[in-house]
Design a protein. Structure first.
Length: 210
C-alpha cells in the first residue's frame, strides 16, 4: 500500500497544492464541527444564488408592468436566462482558480459580487442596467459561490457525501420557495417600492453569505 493510500485511509484530506485542509485523524469532533459549518455555508450559498434565480418570475411580471413596460416578455426573459448562462460559463474558470488558490478568496469575491449586483439592481432604470447588474454581474458572482461550495463539500464529506450534496442543492429549492414570497409581499403588498425591496433582499443575503 502506497503512502498516499495510507493517508487517505487515515482521513487526511489535502488540496491540489498538497496543503492539508484538515487532518481529522484523532480530531473527529473538530471534523464534525467544520463539516457542519461547510454544509451550512454551502446551503446559504445555493440559497442566495441558484435559489434567487428561481424567483425571476416575480421580476419578469414586475418589470413588464413598471420599469421595462416598453419591452416584451421575451426581451425581459433574457435577464434571467443570461444570468444562469453566465454562472455556468464562468464555472470552469472558477474551478481552475479553486484548484490553485482554494475556496476562501473565491467565496469572498462571490459574496461581495452578489451583494454588489443586488444593490446595483435596486438603482436600475433601463434594460441595459438590469442586464449588466442582475444578469452579468450576479450570474458570474454566483459561479464564485456555487463551484467552491460543492467542491469543498466533497472534501469534508466522504461517507455521507450524497446526503450532504442533497442538502446543499436543496438550498436552491428553499430559495425558490422563500424568495418569491418575500419579493411578492414587499413589492405588491407594501409601499416600500422596488428600490428598498431589493435592498432588503440584499440585507437578508448579507448574514447568509457572511
Amino acid at each position: 500500500m502506497s503512502q498516499n493510500e495510507k493517508e487517505i485511509l487515515a482521513g487526511a484530506v489535502t488540496n491540489s497544492t498538497n496543503t492539508p485542509i484538515h487532518t481529522p485523524a484523532g480530531d473527529d469532533r473538530e471534523l464534525n464541527k467544520r463539516s457542519a459549518f461547510v454544509l451550512i455555508g454551502a446551503f446559504g450559498a445555493f440559497f442566495c444564488s441558484v435559489g434567487f434565480f428561481n424567483a425571476f418570475g416575480i421580476f419578469q411580471e414586475y418589470y413588464h408592468g413598471h420599469q421595462l413596460s416598453d419591452k416584451s416578455d421575451f426581451d425581459i426573459s433574457w435577464i434571467g436566462s443570461f444570468a444562469i448562462c453566465a454562472m455556468y460559463l464562468s464555472s470552469p474558470a472558477v474551478g481552475v482558480a479553486y484548484d490553485r488558490i482554494g475556496p476562501d478568496v473565491l467565496v469572498i469575491i462571490g459574496s461581495v459580487g452578489t451583494l454588489f449586483a443586488i444593490f446595483m439592481t435596486s438603482l436600475c432604470k433601463e434594460f441595459y442596467q438590469f442586464f449588466l447588474a442582475q444578469a452579468l454581474v450576479f450570474g458570474v458572482s454566483s459561479a464564485f459561490l456555487v463551484t467552491p461550495s460543492l467542491s469543498t463539500l466533497t472534501r469534508y464529506f466522504r461517507k455521507n457525501r450524497a446526503l450532504g450534496m442533497g442538502i446543499v442543492v436543496g438550498g436552491s429549492s428553499a430559495g425558490g420557495i422563500i424568495w418569491p414570497i418575500v419579493l411578492d409581499q414587499l413589492l405588491n403588498h407594501t409601499n416600500l417600492g422596488f428600490g428598498w425591496t431589493i435592498r432588503i433582499v440584499a440585507f437578508i443575503m448579507l448574514p447568509l453569505l457572511g
